[in-house]
Ligand binder design. Sequence first.
Ligand SMILES: [Zn+2]
Ligand SMILES: [Zn+2]
Length: 248
Amino acid sequence: MPIYRAELHVHTVLSPCAGVEMIPPVIVEEALKHGINLIAITDHNSTANGGAVMEAALGTGLTVLPGMELQTQEEVHVLCLFDGLEQAQAWQRTVDSKFPDLLNDEEKIGEQYIVDATGCFIRKEERMLISNIAISLEEAVELVNRLGGIVIPAHVERRAYGLLGVLGFASPIFEALEVSHHVTIAEASRLFPDIEKFPVLQNGDVHSRDGFLGLMEFEMQAPTVAEIRRAIRGVGERRMRIISAGLE
Ligand SMILES: [Zn+2]
Ligand SMILES: [Zn+2]
């Protein structure tokens, strides 16, 4: 079965906390340089640059899943991954309808650029992307699943925006958890024993061109959300594995 080396948590220049170099051609180049052939674009509360990275990757052998790092009403970050732009855009419409009425403060928070496949400026996102969206964790799972996507809580052990750091427990509605690469899974599990009940992923949470780690490997028929889900469920068969752990 084909093997995919994956980085499922990548921010672009649209995320105010990401480097200004994080434009589609650079993301594609860096991923390939690290032997990564599957990435997901997960900007804060927005899928707007996903299509541009997908276009930039055409013909390169790199698969790009459009996604989002949603900030739920509980102030928890979850990765929402999709196969296609249509699903991602449908999810964006739901998120847009629950957006708070806040404008970004460029000076303080950072700039938020929507770009084309070559990285050229299209427009600025004026809303404050790092905001709580009025969608609960449970609603996010239900709605994203209904669109054929998958929800994976991000950097769960972190005090800021991590599922376990914020709430202290992980509901069984989740199929897998992401532990940040700043800790080992053993360390994170000592802090939060709930982690042991779930398949665990580690990603780079890439914000700059040197942030690509490609810690995960998936054995899948195809680079799709359905196959990622199968690999997660078949974790006992080691169809999803962490090939090199995060910082120890
Ligand atoms: Zn986050
Ligand atoms: Zn992130």
